[in-house]
Write a protein that binds this ligand. Structure first.
Ligand SMILES: Cc1cc2nc3c(=O)[nH]c(=O)nc-3n(C[C@H](O)[C@H](O)[C@H](O)COP(=O)(O)O)c2cc1C
Length: 203
């Protein structure tokens, strides 16, 4: 049985950028991952992977690989308190291989066939399920990018293979007020009528 109505999960979900130091029940992380792999994927390729960091040492390794020297800012102070970091990753090669199979037939493995990089789409869809599970469980989460110039260090630190791309990172923990507000502090939600084009693109 859901703890929160689905529409409430959608409505309540906001990125949380500060956490208490309370641990997260490992069963919750498992449920988030179990939900993640229910995401749709092109050709049912499921070319995603999730690197889970859920010990203080491993979380510290993530932050030291992805941040520079100097005093941490408000964002980093709040985010680095999260007891769990999950890296949703995509593997392009899995898609090229899958679509070269007889039922798809793209044996040339030509990337020009792909309207957009579905490998990243699928990992993003899975990531949203992790974010929504956090809300369902009364926790907070934040999806954020890994700076490109830090990716090499992160790969080396965590042993992530070259053909696996972290599409970002997700902090998971118990929300605490006082974190960075992020872009919603500076921007308003765009009204629906400005983004919905019924019957074609008008206006
Ligand atoms: C692809 C993507 C990248 C993002 N990168 C960052 C980031 O690097 N740092 C951050 O604090 N938030 C990041 N966010 C969170 C957005 O700022 C946030 O989703 C947006 O401002 C809307 O706020 P809400 O999710 O709380 O509704 C990212 C979100 C997405 C979808």
């Amino acid at each position: 049985m859901p703890r929160v109505e689905f529409s409430e999960v959608v409505r309540r979900r906001r990125m949380v950028r500060r956490y208490t130091t309370d641990p997260v029940d490992p069963a919750v992380v498992d449920r988030a991952l179990a939900h993640a792999v229910r995401a749709p994927s092109a050709g049912f390729t499921q070319g995603w992977a999730f690197v889970v960091l859920d010990t203080p040492d491993d979380v510290a390794r993530f932050w030291s690989a992805t941040t520079g020297p100097g005093a941490p800012d408000r964002w980093l102070r709040g985010m680095s308190r999260a007891p769990v970091v999950v890296l949703p990753c995509s593997r392009k090669a899995a898609y090229l291989e899958r679509y070269a199979e007889p039922d798809k037939g793209w044996t040339d493995r030509d990337e020009a066939r792909w309207p957009v990089p579905y490998w990243h789409c699928d990992a993003a869809m899975a990531a949203l399920l992790v974010l929504q599970t956090a809300v369902d469980e009364g926790l907070g989460a934040c999806f954020f990018g890994v700076p490109p110039d830090r990716l090499g260090d992160l790969r080396a630190e965590l042993g992530i293979p070259d053909d696996v791309d972290p599409v970002g990172a997700i902090t998971l923990g118990h929300p605490e007020p006082g974190g960075a507000t992020g872009s919603p502090g500076r921007r308003r939600r765009t009204p629906l009528e400005q983004v919905v084009h019924r019957g074609g693109w008008q206006g």
